[in-house]
Design a protein around this ligand. Structure first.
Ligand code: GAR
Length: 207
């Protein structure tokens, strides 16, 4: 059986990409990462990809007069490489509706909170954890969800919680959350690859 082809999109360190690479190399997921794409030059995620012999590509908006040209190239590269599943692993750019339409329920994102809390346009990266501390919530966590036209609003595949202690700084919370991200992202990809995810309206049934 041919392997499911994955593209991973990153903007930064790529620790979630690394956890996916590790699961695939350990043969826990029967898939192949064919492409790592970044919207930022120098993102360490690109280096992680290169180290494993994965094709990498930078599509930085600085290089385009019109952002639509960047997104056109993004779609073209996904299709040229016959990508089945797109994983946003710390990709801090918006996926346009044209790509969401083509890859409906085949693009997933990892978000560092328990959605719908601390989600939406202005919530990404460390800001999420800073707001968690400010608000004084006692639990936070991570969410893997499908990407639809609403930022962080797509059907939720997996979530896991961690406790926030009174003395935690945002960096401590970030560390706790990242540790669970590294587990639930590969877990969600595995479920998807094995056809165990069914979307019912805006909800997900795990088979
Ligand atoms: C992760 O915490 C991920 O959840 C977050 O960016 C970080 C990337 O880390 N994504 C978002 O905030 C998306 N809204 P990584 O580059 O080490 O995987």
């Amino acid at each position: 059986m041919s392997k499911v082809k994955i593209a991973v999109l990153v903007s930064g360190s790529g620790s979630n990409l690394q956890s996916l690479i590790d699961y695939i190399e350990a043969r826990k997921i029967n898939a192949e990462i064919k492409l790592v794409i970044s919207n930022k030059y120098g993102a360490y995620g690109l280096t992680r990809g290169e180290k494993c012999g994965i094709t990498t590509l930078v599509l930085d908006k600085k290089d385009f007069l019109d952002i639509r040209e960047r997104d056109r190239l993004l779609l073209e590269n996904l299709q040229k490489n016959e990508i089945d599943i797109v994983v946003l692993a710390g990709y801090l750019a918006i996926i346009p509706p044209e790509i969401i339409g083509v890859y409906r329920n085949r693009i997933i994102n990892i978000h560092p909170s328990l959605l719908p809390s601390f989600g939406g346009k202005s919530y990404y990266g460390e800001r999420v954890h800073q707001e968690v501390i400010k608000r004084g919530v006692k639990i936070t966590g991570a969410t893997v969800h499908f990407v639809n036209e609403e930022t962080d609003g797509g059907p939720i595949i997996l979530q896991r919680a961690v406790e926030v202690d009174f003395d935690d700084e945002w960096q401590t919370v970030q560390k706790k959350v990242l540790a669970i991200e590294h587990e639930i992202l590969p877990m969600a990809v595995k479920l998807l690859v094995e056809g165990k995810v069914e979307v019912v309206g805006n909800r997900v049934k795990l088979l």
